[in-house]
Design a protein around this ligand. Structure first.
Ligand code: ADQ
Length: 476
């Protein structure tokens, strides 16, 4: 890269609490920080607090950070409102959870403009502005209007739904036009690229080629690519070794006193299929009493978006289901379900991953799902089975997992049983293939492949401009 990297995302590397700025952790920060630092770049993000004057800026370990200040009204209209009550459920094909409101949309537009203004002020032409996720789809076009030649890339981390679903959104066209301000748009899976291209063609009349991966609209061409995000494999390997050496997961197993342990780790989000998973386990213990006393299930759930009503309802629903199952089957000595409702450190998660014979990663729909990859790496050379939803983006890569339809309780019961009974040799064979792929396509691979796509675009553009006779339309 010739210039610096300017990352624009809803949440960034810091959360502001009172007068302090605390480090935020998560996949995006882990992925982006090394590149922003290497280019002495800038991160533009909301500080996760109400108000703020944008005074939190300055150097953050080798790169600068600019807080986007948001008022209470903006947080509610933009974040809890349009992003999480409209775009999130819509893109996960959960249309009945959408709350379309013009007022929220208007705040969303204004906040996107605010992010774009700050990002534009931080960039010069040689820089790359890399915008992330469904909170900020309008940012690329807003920057493009101000800075015609700015290099802009976008990564969409959640599913991009089929055209018929996306077209329900009254502002579907505006979102697509906003995204097409980018030179490159990345998605986790080829299916999302196809869906996006169809939307651009049918809703805007754009020229598209989903196979070659481009959309042409108003004389500009945007590359569209499927590039699934990876995990920081080295970090998970290190945690695994530490857990192995300390023998903690073995002690956990002994404490629980069961032959088989299944595990799920999610944000407590309705897209993750937690009630459906609990219903399948309940049916398993009902129909197959041989698993009572032999199998326990741990559900780790981190609180999320607790200000949104649908999330409070979900919490109640999950707690009721856990209570019902435990009340129904527990024999006083054995507990079927352990429910841990809090955040864990990555090292603690590694302990649970290492203890679990089976991981149930069964979202109703998921852009990718990092937990699936984390579990695979955390197993090391121990056997283990991944039961994975067909509707997670990760299913496009992780074919050797046991793929399941989370809406089909019978299929869920059958696949959980298959996982519990799978011979060790088969588990290891599948695991080995899966681990190889996850190791190869790690976080660094993801960042560098994405950036390489931009460079290839530039090279193609230069070649095109050289061969083009004067006055011909530009390729982007
Ligand atoms: P999420 O919906 O958050 O991400 P996921 O990909 O599973 O879903 O990432 C969750 C992360 O949070 C994982 O790294 C996991 O370890 C961690 N986590 C979960 N529960 C936790 C707990 N109790 N304590 C601590 N950590 C916990 C969005 C999209 C996904 C996409 C990612 C990345 O919805 O589809 O895979 O972005 O693009």
């Amino acid at each position: 890269m010739s210039g610096k990297l300017v990352v624009v995302s809803n949440r960034g590397p810091y959360v502001i609490r009172g007068r302090n700025k605390e480090r935020a952790v998560g996949g995006l920060v882990t992925a982006m920080e090394p590149v922003v630092r290497a280019t002495r770049g800038t991160w533009v993000a909301w500080g996760g607090r109400e108000g703020g004057t944008g005074e939190f800026s300055g150097d953050g370990a080798g790169y600068s950070w600019r807080e986007v200040p948001l008022s209470r009204e903006e947080i509610h209209g933009y974040y809890y409102g349009f992003a999480n009550r409209v775009l999130w459920p819509l893109c996960h094909c959960l249309v009945d959870k959408c709350d379309f409101s013009g007022a929220q949309w208007r705040v969303f537009v204004e906040v996107n403009r605010k992010f774009a203004r700050i990002a534009a002020a931080e960039s010069v032409e040689a820089d790359l502005v890399w915008v992330h996720d469904y909170h900020l789809p309008l940012v690329p076009a807003v920057i493009r209007r101000q800075l015609k030649n700015q290099k802009i890339a976008f990564f969409w981390h959640i599913p991009f739904p089929p055209r018929d679903v996306f077209a329900i959104l009254p502002w579907a066209r505006e979102i697509i036009v906003g995204l097409l301000g980018s030179h490159l748009i990345g998605f986790h899976a080829p299916e999302y690229v196809e869906n996006f291209c169809q939307c651009a063609r049918d809703l805007l009349g754009a020229r598209v080629d989903p196979v070659q991966g481009w959309v042409e609209y108003q004389g500009r061409r945007t590359r569209v690519r499927a590039l699934p995000i990876g995990i920081d494999v080295e970090k998970f390997e290190t945690d695994r070794r530490r857990v192995e050496v300390a023998g903690i997961s073995r002690r956990l197993r002994e404490m629980l006193g069961v032959e088989k342990l299944a595990l799920s780790v999610d944000r407590l989000d309705y897209s993750k299929g937690i009630p459906e998973r609990l219903a399948a386990l309940e049916l398993l213990w009902e129909r197959h009493p041989e698993y009572r006393g032999r199998l326990s299930f741990i559900q780790i759930a981190v609180p999320t978006r607790t200000e949104v009503e649908a999330y409070r309802l979900l919490k109640r629903q999950v707690e009721e289901a856990v209570g019902r199952i435990n009340g129904r089957f527990s024999d006083g000595k054995w507990l079927p379900v352990y429910y841990l409702y809090r955040g864990f450190s990555q090292a603690e998660l590694a302990l649970y991953y290492a203890a679990a014979d089976v991981a149930l990663v069964t979202p109703l729909r998921d852009g990718l799902n990092l937990v699936a990859k984390e579990y695979l790496i955390a197993r090391g050379r121990q056997p283990g089975v991944l039961v994975l939803s067909k509707f997670a983006g990760a299913a496009a890569e992780l074919h050797e997992a046991l793929l399941v339809n989370p809406y089909d309780v019978e299929d869920m019961v059958a696949k959980i049983r298959l996982a519990l009974e799978m011979p060790g040799a088969e588990q290891l064979m599948r695991l080995h293939l899966l681990q190889q792929r996850v190791r190869r396509r790690d976080l660094r691979w993801w960042v560098s492949s994405f950036l390489a796509q931009l460079e290839a675009r530039e090279a193609a553009h230069h070649a095109l401009s050289r061969s083009a006779a004067g006055g011909r339309e530009q390729a982007y």
